[in-house]
Design a protein around this ligand. Structure first.
Ligand code: SAM
Length: 419
């Protein structure tokens, strides 16, 4: 479902210049021997003028192209001192394997020099880090300069103060119900619909259930503060609905979906509207956002949650997929897939969003990873507009981390290094 719109060229863009060079030069590697691979001698022939016209070089911009050229010249000087032969603008490099001459940078975390195309170079100290060895993992090359964890002074934002007024203002909560009436309302509901709270086998009706907020107002405040902390620390504003600053609302027509999009059933729509209204009045989902060293921000259940319960709508700025093709955002979600590529839309939660953007993804390359999934991602037409909803796909116990499949419809999101 979630699409990572980067191309291979873009992936090497911010990788160390010599790796960029390696990636380019490997196009021209000619294997010369029948020895075991590590002993083989290879010949790499690179034509500089060709290098600078490749898509990679073209995507770099003038300053970076100059840097690449400078770096290539440095490589030539270094290699001239070794066994490299340079003829005009062509260079012949003798190496012990196609990439070995330029895989000199080792990852500071795993000390390995493999996967050069995934090795990021710190723009401050020049040290190398595999994107998948970072904590949290990076799945795409970050835009602009990248500063490694050793040089970066940034820490997780200070916890959002758990002052009710601050939280009410932050989330622009309307008609906050006094704690007592909230407790009474939830208790009343609890008595009426006892089954919604018991953990007996889920009903197979497959109807969407509204979430059940935590009764204790202090805990609800904590849940909200944890989301506010996470959002403020990544510089994202809270928004529980889709925003249309890039693509107009009129572009979001579920009818454009290839093969059509299912209209949300009436009962489900009632549950959906109810959840949206609860959220507006501060009756939050029983979820907290925590920080995990490997995964970054993650979402955990703060109550038992029943199968088929509404978790959240995936919100953010709606944009045309073609405009985000080279966006390195790792949270972009597909919204509309059409026969006409111009009409395809994505949700970008990098400026405004809600808790949905913090849910983890499963590693769908392993059986163990797939077993973790407890939430699914569904797209519905609601009043003719495409929307993306996250729904519990089994009973979830308090304390469990929430996971869904980032590749529900597409297999482009690189989850092979996910924990
Ligand atoms: C949609 S965001 C999820 C929120 C993210 N953890 C954060 O801190 O903003 C996707 C990113 O989260 C991290 N992530 C999600 N699931 C993961 C997993 N199972 N293992 C490791 N990292 C994961 C990866 O860095 C991924 O690119």
């Amino acid at each position: 479902m979630e699409r990572s719109p980067y191309g291979k060229e873009r992936r090497v863009k911010r990788v160390r210049i010599s790796s960029t060079y390696t990636a380019l030069s490997s196009l021209a590697v000619e294997d010369l021997g029948s020895e075991p691979p590590h002993l083989r001698q290879c010949k790499a022939t690179v034509n500089f003028s060709e290098v600078l016209t490749t898509t990679v070089a073209q995507s770099l911009g003038v300053a970076k192209r100059k840097k690449l050229l400078k770096s290539l010249e440095e490589v030539v000087r270094d290699e001239q001192a070794k066994s490299t032969k340079v003829v005009g603008t062509e260079m012949v490099v003798w190496t012990n394997g196609p990439a070995s001459a330029y895989s000199l940078t080792l990852c500071e975390e795993c000390k390995g020099g493999d996967s050069a195309e995934q090795m990021l170079l710190c723009d401050q100290c020049d040290r190398g880090f595999h994107m998948f060895c970072l904590s949290p993992i990076l799945v795409s090359i970050p835009p602009g300069d990248w500063i490694c964890p050793h040089c970066s002074k940034s820490t997780i934002a200070h916890e959002f103060l758990m002052v009710q007024k601050k939280i009410v203002d932050y989330f622009r909560i309307q008609n906050l119900l006094p704690s007592k009436s909230v407790t009474e309302a939830i208790e009343r509901k609890k008595r009426k619909k006892q089954s919604a709270f018991s953990f007996c086998p889920p009903k197979r009706g497959r109807r969407l259930l509204p979430y059940v907020p935590t009764i204790d107002p202090q805990r609800r405040l904590k849940q909200m503060a944890s989301l506010a902390t996470a959002l403020t620390s990544i510089g994202v504003q809270f928004s529980d609905s889709l925003s249309y600053r890039y693509a107009p609302r009129t572009a979001n027509r579920a009818a454009h979906e290839k093969g059509g999009m299912r209209e949300m059933p009436r009962d489900d729509k009632e549950a959906f509207d109810k959840c949206k209204a609860m959220c507006k009045s501060g009756l939050w989902q029983p979820l907290t956002v925590a920080y995990d060293m490997r995964q970054g921000f993650v979402v955990e259940a703060d109550e038992d949650i029943k199968d088929m319960t509404f978790i959240a709508e995936y919100t953010g700025e709606v944009d045309y997929m073609c405009c985000r093709h080279y966006d390195s955002g790792n949270s972009i979600m597909g919204l509309l897939f059409s026969d006409d590529p111009i009409k395809e839309l994505v949700i970008c939660p990098d400026k405004r969003s809600n808790i949905a953007r913090f849910l983890s993804g499963i590693n769908n390359h392993t059986e163990e990873g797939r077993k973790k999934q407890n939430v699914r991602c569904v797209r519905y037409s609601i009043n003719g507009e495409a929307r993306v909803i996250l729904i519990a796909m089994r009973d979830i116990l308090k304390g469990e981390r929430l996971y869904y499949d980032y590749n529900a419809y597409y297999t482009e999101y690189p989850t092979q290094h996910f924990v």
